[in-house]
Ligand binder design. Structure first.
Ligand SMILES: CC(C)(COP(=O)(O)OP(=O)(O)OC[C@H]1O[C@@H](n2cnc3c(N)ncnc32)[C@H](O)[C@@H]1OP(=O)(O)O)[C@@H](O)C(=O)NCCC(=O)NCCS
Length: 178
């Protein structure tokens, strides 16, 4: 029963991803993702295909939670098969951002069979520039901005601009700092 159910969800996501990129259609896309089991607020906009991890044996889509009033640009990828990806409220995620929760052990023997999975947390009001890569286990604090093209390998505190490969704090955003 589970594989058939997961297959149906997969088809819904495929249909959502095939919807043309028109602003007015973004809400239909989100409706279909919600129908497929993703936890996304209905006021959040996703402006193009969202590439997601699938398993027909596990409800992988339940690993993703996206808050209200967010914007997610086209062609983002969220890989969350065994660890959660949490995106807070009012986040702005640029196009071509990828979020990964899985990695492989360096040991060759282990690598054949084993992967590790660590959750990713993006707090409220975060802006992630185009093309960033968010790696397993990372948390980004609220109100922070990640410059385009950055690789976020470690936690980023709240109220800062961080950028680069790997992303490092560049400045405190005074308007948010208390
Ligand atoms: C981060 C950003 C918003 C600039 O913010 P800003 O406050 O104007 O920062 P500045 O341009 O003054 O740059 C401050 C420093 O950070 C560096 N920097 C800025 N963006 C960077 C990036 N993406 N990667 C690496 N370094 C970056 C600048 O070179 C500068 O370094 P310096 O002090 O050594 O000269 C902008 O560079 C950016 O990345 N915007 C994302 C645009 C985008 O992705 N749009 C898609 C739609 S969401």
């Amino acid at each position: 029963m589970r594989p058939a159910f997961e297959m149906l969800k997969y088809l819904l996501v495929c249909v959502a991803n095939a919807i043309p990129r028109f602003h007015a259609l973004d809400y239909i896309r989100v409706f279909l993702y919600r129908l497929a089991g993703l936890s996304i607020d209905r006021e959040t906009r996703i402006s193009g295909p969202l590439i997601l991890e699938f398993s027909f044996r596990r409800p992988t889509l339940r690993q993703i939670a996206i808050g209200r009033d967010c914007f997610i640009g086209y062609h983002c990828r969220i890989s969350a098969s065994k660890a959660q990806v949490f995106i807070g409220n009012r986040c702005n995620i640029g196009p071509n951002v990828s979020i990964d929760t899985a990695g492989h052990w360096f040991n060759h023997e282990l690598n054949k069979r084993n992967s590790y999975h660590k959750p990713v947390t993006i707090s409220d009001n975060v802006w992630i520039g185009a093309g960033c890569k968010i790696l397993p286990g990372v948390s980004i604090g609220e109100n922070s901005v990640i410059g385009a093209g950055s690789v976020v390998a470690k936690d980023i505190e709240s109220n800062v601009l961080a950028a680069g490969v790997p992303a490092k704090r560049i400045k405190v955003l005074e308007e948010f700092a208390v």
